[in-house]
Design a protein. Structure first.
Length: 285
């Protein structure tokens, strides 16, 4: 009889997984890391009691957090990834052949090392790509010191608990904005709005101070329980979000990228927000 993994993100609600086999468990310098096998979702990784990624549904989140900003921007060349230790965002970003440089800043080397070993299909060699530079650092320290500028910033962090908390602060958004080229786009993992409505309100109030347009788009990821996850969007160029379907389609076809969830229709539809989220955001103005 396999033991159960109970996700502890929400005190009164949660999902549980049969741990058919525990592959790795440790307290790293920054967080508790566990990797186990589950019959339904394949290999699963959790950090500090919160599900981070699974073999079965990772493509949904990684494709939407990557291809929406990269295909909304007309000509991205440099990308900054914060977090993303499993390598899924880096893998998807590298599919854009026109990119010249991708810098990834991950606080916990152990996450990269363990994911390379136990989730090889997440990174698929991405960490060794000549266009990729991997920096082990706290994301907020990196953007504070960074002299480079990027066209796209993707914050693929844990939830605002523990080391991820700083990546949801005014300071982080302000400093990240300073690392964006004119017309750049920043996107960030922003929680499941039905369960974490404060994250949407806080991000509007905090990120909204530094970008002419701060909005959200959504994606439903089965193992990010509680409904659609919001992905935060920030840019000074409103036309990026309004890129018409035909233009997105042309860019997608020209990129030659193969996807399993993302397509131009999902791209444009993702920016439609449920009425309760619109009402929630109205309270911040
Ligand atoms: N897709 C997941 C989600 O939506 O919750 C996130 C996956 S990824 C594993 C999250 C990564 O953020 C982890 O590798 C973690 O080590 C990293 N991380 C957390 N806080 C960080 C910080 N302050 N700076 C850089 N990386 C951080």
């Amino acid at each position: 009889m396999s033991s159960k993994y109970l996700e502890s993100l929400y005190p009164s609600y949660g999902q549980s997984f049969n741990m058919d086999k525990v592959l790795f468990e440790s307290k790293t310098e920054h967080q508790h890391l566990v990797i186990f096998e589950n019959e339904q979702f394949g290999r699963v990784m959790a950090l500090d009691g919160i599900i981070q990624t699974t073999e079965k549904d990772e493509f949904i989140y990684h494709e939407m957090l990557t291809h929406v900003p990269l295909l909304a921007h007309q000509n991205p060349k440099k990308v900054l990834i914060i977090g993303g230790g499993d390598g899924g965002i880096l893998r998807e970003t590298l599919k854009h052949q026109q990119l010249e440089k991708i810098v990834q800043v991950e606080i916990d080397r152990a996450v990269i090392d363990m994911c390379k070993e136990y989730f090889p299909n997440h990174s698929q060699g991405a960490f060794d790509d000549p266009r990729a530079t991997i920096v082990i650092d706290d994301g907020i320290h990196f953007v504070r010191e960074c002299q480079e500028k990027f066209d796209i910033i993707i914050s693929d962090s844990t939830d605002p608990i523990g080391p991820g908390e700083v990546l949801f602060t005014n300071d982080f958004y302000r400093l990240a904005k300073n690392c964006l080229n004119e017309g750049g786009i920043m996107v960030a993992q922003n929680g499941v709005v039905m369960m974490q409505p404060d994250e949407v309100v806080n991000t509007r109030l905090r990120m909204g101070q530094y970008f002419a347009e701060q909005s959200f788009y959504t994606v439903a990821v089965p193992t990010y329980v509680g409904g659609a996850m919001t992905l935060a969007w920030g840019t000074d160029e409103p036309q990026h979000r309004q890129t018409d379907l035909e233009t997105v389609r042309q860019r997608y076809v020209a990129s030659g990228i193969k996807t399993r969830y993302y397509n131009p229709e999902m791209h444009t539809a993702a920016f439609a927000l449920p009425q309760y989220v619109i009402e929630l955001l109205k309270k911040t103005s």
